[in-house]
Design a protein around this ligand. Structure first.
Ligand SMILES: [Mn+2]
Length: 312
């Protein structure tokens, strides 16, 4: 299938690389990683994301500035990276071939070819396999992008998804030129004052329930305005809250212009992907999310808590 996937890329001329809305390091790392390889082939390649306000800490990824936000008129092939379903891409897409590259357990296999590997620690490691299996040389630019997605999705090699194979891929990517210290520094040590202030406002809303096993924090649009931070500045909060000793599941409810965005994280045994899928979202065992189209925080929290009570 990895050979077939590459043949599909080779025979397409107008290729669009897409990743999910509110893209994280793995979404942009996998699509930019491919962009940095495919741009040297004689093709019309564009890299697009629906979200205009991209996370600031990802701006060091090679060719980050090439990311645009509107689909071109002529497309032969869409390569979807790190998106569990077609709606998460943000655009109305019909009658265009999609190569679906992902590692979400909840992936709906919406492509003509689906390279979906739920046991892989990141989508960038699926892209890595695609390149290696087809004997494509990995450039330093590409290695930087792929390593960044791998490091971020494993919590910098901390999560259960981190295996010997993870380090094997990381090792190869470092040999191809990725710089772990530089990447870690760019990713985690450039927090803005506004971001720190917003974090403090959000942490002030912390509530514990079910004997301290569930932690909830919320963010309103007011907090965002008050701090001057960006929506993407909240990406790490739910993981931060999970770190509380008693907590098994952390919940972050964020008021977005479109509704409430829910992020769920678990520590040891709760499969938050199952909870998210049952409420219309998706994700992984330890990290999942749901997007609600309304802003009733109370109702959203109640729904999630009902589900959690059955498994905690
Ligand atoms: Mn991912």
């Amino acid at each position: 299938m990895y050979k077939e996937a590459f043949e599909l890329i080779q025979k397409s001329n107008n290729i669009v690389l897409l990743s999910h809305i509110n893209p994280d390091a793995d979404a942009l790392g996998s699509s930019l990683g491919l962009f940095n390889i495919l741009k040297s082939m004689n093709k019309n390649i564009s890299i697009i994301n629906y979200t205009k306000e991209l996370a600031r800490n990802l701006d060091f990824l090679p060719n980050f500035k090439k990311i645009k936000h509107e689909l071109p008129s002529k497309i032969d092939l869409i390569i979807s990276c790190d998106s569990g379903n077609i709606d998460r891409l943000g655009f109305e897409i019909s009658e265009i071939d999609i190569l679906n590259i992902d590692h979400h357990k909840s992936n709906t296999n919406f492509g003509v070819i689906n390279l979906v590997e739920p046991t892989f620690p990141s989508t960038t490691s699926v892209v890595y396999k695609l390149l290696i299996d087809n004997e494509i040389e990995i450039s330093q630019e590409c290695a930087t992008c792929l390593y960044t997605g791998l490091a971020d999705d494993t919590g910098f090699f901390k999560y259960e998804s981190t295996t010997a194979n993870t380090f094997e891929i990381a090792n190869k990517l470092v040999e191809f030129g990725a710089n772990p210290h530089y990447i870690a520094k760019m990713m985690t040590e450039r927090v803005s004052l506004a971001q720190l202030r917003l974090t403090s406002l959000i942490l002030n809303t912390l509530e514990l329930t079910l004997e301290g096993k569930v932690a909830k924090v919320i963010m309103t649009q007011d907090m965002l305005k008050q701090s001057g931070a960006k929506l993407s500045d909240t990406d790490e909060i739910v993981t931060m809250v999970r770190a509380l000793a008693s907590v098994e599941v952390s919940i972050f409810l964020r008021e977005d212009p479109e509704g409430v965005k829910v992020s769920l994280r678990s520590k040891n045994f709760v499969d938050v992907s199952e909870i998210a899928v049952s409420l219309g979202g998706g994700g992984h065992k330890r990290a999942a999310g749901i997007n609600y189209k309304h802003r009733d925080f109370e109702l959203v929290y109640k729904e999630i808590l009902e589900k959690l009570k059955k498994v905690i």
